[in-house]
Write a protein of this length. Structure first.
Lengths: 195, 195, 195, 195
DNA sequence: AAATAATCGAGACGGTACGTCAGGTCTTAAA
DNA sequence: TTTAAGACCTGACGTACCGTCTCGATTATTT
């Protein structure tokens, strides 16, 4: 998002910002990502198109902010086992990405990000940075317990978990079974545990 | 692809078919999925737009056929271990999906398929059916060796592997390191082995 | 209409000819000239498009034959006055051109004929030759009665009458009042009579 | 032509308007009415198609404005006789409709107007209202001179004159002989004079 | 009888235009 | 300087027709 420039002239209306992201979120759910147009967002938000382009560079950026805003503030309880902790992480990934707006936005959003060379590299950080931090914490605990060795392939695990979750939610469109998180975490935990 | 109807009238020209799929494959690599238009494909193939719409219902169907045609006929050698067999499977997934056309097409293609309710369910079969058959064979062997138990979560493994591979190739855009297949297969194999 | 060539090969099916002209006449009334397509005529006649193009060079030629076929065989009674005779001529013009197919076809037909340099010159003969012969007869009689002089501007009168009738029927779309023929004939007759 | 709505937003660019009508007029002369496409007009005018559709509902409306804009401001001299006055009226009709753009446009334009039920009724007013006003003035003078009676069939005369002129110019495509106006006016004047 | 040839219905073919829509930029008057 | 409004150019969409062509099948004439 482009920050508001120097304090000359009329300041930006913050209410517009909220109206736009809300309108975008609604339209994604109603129409889907591809059918959602900037013009429609502007009309529903009661805003000019320029007001949107002044703040975001295009549809992907707008949708990303409109959909993935809720900071994941859930705390990460220590369940006592790597498998338990991983289950918690996967569960929160699933919860975040199975919101209706997220499910509707993810495939198109990933496609647009992937098509733009400048943005490809940022996907992992934009979508997965919070999860990565949690994973690191989980592996720290597991290392202290002796469940894992020194070298844990955090990125491999992260991409695998995220890939599986995205694949289910965004692409297959399957409502994730209640034990997907558990089964997935169990498999991965077992796969990287020491003995 | 719409099959040619009953044998009445002028038959469809197979050379047009080939020219169209080739032009589509070229343009995907040159322009990317989103920027590739049916009109441009028609122009390059020296064909009218109707000739394309007569055979395919839209861009996703055309691109799918243009990109994913090569039947995967590689045989599946018995490496003697579940981990080795899985590595082979993952490696062939990576090879298939890292062709330039495939890498350029996958994100947009998955997005378009996912956006169409009628096609969501077909993704797994269209993209992954061959891999699933190979997986079943691999797990059969592993079961006979005693590496796995009776109940192997084939779909979970398949979606996880495919998710990880798609995530790397299509979304992150990373050229898969030479040992991604090995590391991924090792993790999953260990995760589902019996002790 | 293209005549059937030498007697080799399968002869043209005369029933197709009739089916085509009938379908064309129906479609002109139902859809109007511009919206009537050759493909639709072929479909309704149960005929291939080539069967039409083999006989007519295009829509204007086909429609002309489909609509203006009825030879005007009404005899031309001697009413005893130029005005009366002219009224009869105008009346038959109106009757011919106010058939529903004719009224629907005329504006577009004239436009297509006028747009083709080769056909411009033929309009007068194609549409008006019968009327011109009648006019000449009418003026012969009038000359013998002494109503007109030696030099009667036949073409001027013809174009004027036809222009007025076409203008009313084809362009204004007005159902011609029952006395249009009488009033028009009276005006023209008086305009060219000697004293 | 659709009027620009309330004074909000960016006003329509009058230069686009002029560029469009000029391009349309040129293309009509070069290609003819039927072969002139909206897309070609837009391209030549350096304008998007939307900019045309925003102002006109279709080709007929655009062409009408592009071709028949020149207000006929010639004054109508009193020649002293009905025949002379009528000659002037017919002459100006001929001059207006024998401009190259008008001659090229009229047949197709009349066909399109006639095909649209909503526009049929407007033809007389759109094309002929100025001429009608002149005719009425001419007949006023003639009545005061005693050349005509109280009841003059203005519409009949108008349609007859216009029909004859359109028929010659637009349909036959004949360059009007220098004395067509004189002969036509003489015939009609004589036809409606009182004795 | 066999060969030749034109026609038949069907529908695919390369083109062209349609009228609509979205993208992203711009120009206005008002705030 | 931002705002809402909306015009602007570009370019793609999917559809409809155009007039031609290519099929297998049919129906005639010519050998």
């Amino acid at each position: 998002m482009t920050p508001s420039p120097a304090g000359r002239g009329r300041p930006r209306d913050e209410r517009s910002h909220a109206a736009i992201t809300q309108a975008a979120a609604e339209l994604i759910v109603e129409s889907g990502y591809a059918a959602m147009s900037i013009g429609a967002v502007a009309a529903r938000a009661g805003v000019g198109k320029d007001t949107i382009y002044r703040r975001w560079s295009g549809k992907p950026e707008l949708v990303y902010e409109a959909v993935f805003t809720a900071a994941d503030t859930t705390d990460l309880p220590d369940t006592g086992t790597l498998e338990g902790d991983l289950t918690t992480v996967v569960q929160s990934l699933i919860e975040e990405f199975s919101q209706p707006e997220a499910a509707a936005a993810i495939p198109g959003l990933l496609a647009d990000f992937a098509a733009d060379p400048e943005l490809r590299a940022t996907i992992r950080s934009r979508f997965l940075q919070p999860a990565k931090e949690r994973l690191i914490e989980v592996f720290d605990r597991a290392g202290q317990r002796g469940e894992t060795g020194a070298e844990v392939p955090v990125d491999l695990v992260l991409d695998t978990l995220a890939g599986a979750v995205f694949f289910h939610l965004g692409i297959i469109g399957e409502q994730p079974g209640p034990d997907l998180a558990r089964r997935l975490a169990a498999m991965i935990a077992k796969g990287i545990e020491v003995r």
